[in-house]
Design a binder for this molecule. Structure first.
Ligand SMILES: *Cc1c(COP(=O)(O)O)cnc(C)c1O
Ligand SMILES: [Zn+2]
Length: 372
């Protein structure tokens, strides 16, 4: 296992704590993969957590709360060949648990004792829970207007919570200023290599649960670990001989009030500019600047996908519809995928016979202010 910069290709050893490349961009975890590394048949009978994919995860003692292997529900109420991957039933009620189980396990393995993260919502709670399980200290910086359930969650897991008058980027800057003096290891999205490794298991699960991959994946995009992780999983699966070169079309959904990736996509840019005055009730999407922007924009284009924006009113209405008609308690982010898929069906980008997976990335239970 070694680390390689996603942008400039510089290589690093994986035997120590590290954040980004010297160029400032994210590091990718590379494994030596072959047809004998892991076969789908090998997975039979393994534990129902994402650690079942251990051959394609870093080698360390798992700090686990039972994350992953979330249900994939057929959703004919919404579309004949549509499915909902319900990430809201993960520990900590969002898919942030996937990233944090692997990142916290590796940070502990490599000797970190104090972990810090900026969070617009669910990342803080996930870090707090896994740090509690690991016996490590967690420092969480959140915008003051973060959904209250997320703040209470962090506090109850014993994290040191600091509320900031600003956005997640201001929280990240505060950690950046203080981390050296305080001895914090920074677990910001894509600023360490292992949250992506946890998130990529969503791609492996889709393959296992569907016996193949869907035609399209509709994904609410913030920092980008989910899109980047799933695309990485598909590349790994191809190298192990599970799939060929074909890929699901990757569709990025953002909020009208915070859409740096969708804006750059339509402008034909490879790098996104910071989105001014970011505002949306979908706190997971309130990420005005992402250091993995080019990875997302490359993979959306390479797969023939697209990017689009949904208003807060539309996503809340769609979240309520998803909740009412399917029994999945949707977050605004999950609702945004339904609204997006509908629009793409109307424009003909998606056809009615295509298999489409909508990601409900978190549970509605965290969003009392927006959904109540
Ligand atoms: C963090 C978050 C997102 C965005 O996730 P990325 O994979 O980092 O783009 C989407 N939905 C919810 C509920 C989140 O908490
Ligand atoms: Zn680099």
């Amino acid at each position: 296992m070694r680390l390689t910069c996603f942008l400039c290709g510089l290589a690093y050893p994986a035997d120590r704590l590290i954040n980004t490349c010297t160029c400032g961009r994210p590091l990718r975890v590379d494994y030596d993969l072959s047809a004998s590394t892991l076969r789908p048949d090998d997975l039979r009978g393994r534990e129902a957590t994402l650690w079942r994919y251990r051959e394609v995860l870093p080698d360390c003692a798992p700090v686990s709360l039972g994350e992953g292997m979330t249900p994939l529900h057929p959703a004919p109420q919404l579309g004949a060949t549509w499915w909902i991957k319900d990430e809201g039933v993960n520990p900590t009620a969002s898919f942030k648990a996937r990233g944090m189980t692997v990142a916290v396990s590796m940070a502990k393995h490599l000797g970190a004792t104090k972990l810090a993260v900026p969070s617009a919502g669910n990342a803080g709670g996930a870090l707090a829970a896994y740090a509690a399980k690991a016996g490590l200290e967690a420092y969480v910086f959140m915008p003051r207007d973060t959904p209250r359930a997320c703040i209470v969650e962090c506090e109850n897991h014993g994290a040191h919570v600091t509320l900031i008058d600003g956005l997640i980027t201001d929280c990240a800057a505060e950690i950046g200023r203080r981390k050296e003096a305080e001895g914090w290891f920074d677990l910001s999205t894509l600023k360490e290599p292992y949250r992506v490794e946890g998130k990529k298991t969503m791609g492996y699960e889709l393959f296992e649960q569907m016996g193949g991959l869907p035609d399209a994946i509709v994904y609410p995009t913030g920092g980008g670990t989910g899109l980047v992780g799933m695309a990485k999983a598909f590349d790994e699966m191809q190298r192990m001989g599970w799939i060929g070169a074909a890929r699901p079309r990757m569709i990025s959904v953002q909020a009208e009030g915070c859409a740096p990736i969708a804006t750059a996509f339509h402008a034909g840019e490879r790098f996104a500019t910071e989105f001014a005055n970011a505002q949306t009730v979908a706190s997971g999407l309130r990420v005005p600047r992402a250091i993995g922007d080019f990875i997302m924009l490359d993979l959306i284009r390479a797969t023939g996908g697209t990017a689009l924006t949904i208003s807060d009113a539309e996503m809340v209405a769609a979240a309520k519809e998803m909740s009412r008609t399917t029994g999945v308690l949707a977050s605004p982010e999950g609702g945004a995928t339904l609204a997006a898929a509908r629009r793409l069906l109307a424009t003909g980008f998606l056809s009615p016979d295509e298999t489409v997976v909508l990601f409900n990335t978190g549970s509605g239970v965290k969003y009392l202010e927006a959904l109540g």
